[in-house]
Design a protein. Sequence first.
Length: 168
Amino acid sequence: MRRESTTTADLLEVIGLFDSIGCRYWLDGGWGVDALFGRQTREHRDVDIDFDATCLEAVLRTLTERDYAMDTDELPVRAELYSDELGYLDAHPFELLGDGTSRQADPEGGWYEFVPDYFGFTEFLGRRVPCISLLGQEAFHSGYELRDKDRHDIELLRALREGRRGMA
């Protein structure tokens, strides 16, 4: 039976794996929102990581060595991997451009383009974690049909925008 949630220990293990690769990456998705907020506020099915696409081979090799297996291959857009021990990981390769912008392939063959302000760091679980910024999270939580967990995350982002980190 597959694990349908990831723990903070799983998250720290995944962050450690990406740190060991030496590749630029950023925590995204629900864990990224919770990291910005300063604490875990809900269960998370997976860990979402955006990373430098030039590291794709090293990322896949490292994850495979850690017993992840490809579950959904939509590369170059994204890949979802699964580990019995660590659960689901949603990996998103980004092209990092010389002017500080970046882009991600979209499913129709074009590109999603991102400004440098979407990428930063936050303090979470006693460490400095590369993370999609509040501005980036707000942008990434728009343009699709929202689920309950998305509405929850948007409320946390609103609280952060209002200066209420960790208090909602």
